[in-house]
Design a protein around this ligand. Structure first.
Ligand code: ZN
Length: 201
């Protein structure tokens, strides 16, 4: 245990920052010091922004996104292509896909993936709600944007089976060589997926 360099209030701030994903105790200390130095231009506005958001966060009843309005900003955006639905495991995946700016589709957040080992079954996810949404909202294509893990792929197959019989095209994200990736750095699984998903030039 390192010795405290500041009062308990500041140590508490550091401990809380250290709980953020991607921040260890050392970077939390650096972040806290940065906030303290920039207290007028950064800490105060951050405090206000957090206060504005806290207590107003709701889960969108349509797609499962987290926002300060329900339905959320994405669901009420008139510029969305309503016939295409991205199915994602988590809100983080929705935000990641939005960051690409490639597709103006809508979303469905499952709340996880099927995982028999962790006791997560279909009823723990919003799969039934998805199957209802597709015909009701006239969805023409469901894009399964789930992880390339065993559980992610199991979930994708499960949903594909349920959607069979409905008049909807089901696709999934391509898997393979990452942009800028050198072939000899890839693991065998990624490389064989890339060979299987090869496309004509
Ligand atoms: Zn929504």
């Amino acid at each position: 245990m390192s010795r405290a360099v500041a009062g308990p209030e500041i140590e508490r701030l550091i401990q809380l920052l250290a709980r953020l994903p991607g921040l260890g105790p050392r970077s939390a200390r650096r972040a806290a010091l940065h906030l303290i130095k920039k207290r007028e231009s950064l800490m105060a506005p951050l405090n206000t922004a957090m206060g504005d958001v806290l207590g107003r966060i709701v889960e969108c009843r349509v797609c499962g996104n987290l926002d300060v309005s329900d339905p959320c900003t994405v669901c009420t955006d008139p510029g969305r292509e309503s016939a295409t639905l991205f199915v994602v495991a988590d809100v983080a995946d929705l935000w990641a896909l939005e960051r690409t700016g490639v597709h103006r589709a809508r979303y469905h957040v499952l709340g996880g993936v099927l995982s028999p080992l962790d006791g997560i079954g279909p009823d723990d996810l919003t799969i039934a709600k998805l199957i209802e949404r597709v015909p009701r909202e006239g969805v023409a294509e469901v894009i399964l944007a789930l992880g390339a893990t065993v559980d992610g792929q199991t979930t994708a197959h499960y949903i594909t089976d349920l959607l069979r019989g409905l008049d909807v095209k089901v696709t999934r994200l391509a898997q393979g060589v990452p942009m800028g990736g050198e072939l000899d750095y890839l693991d065998e699984g990624t490389l064989s997926a890339a060979i299987r998903a090869r496309t004509p030039l």
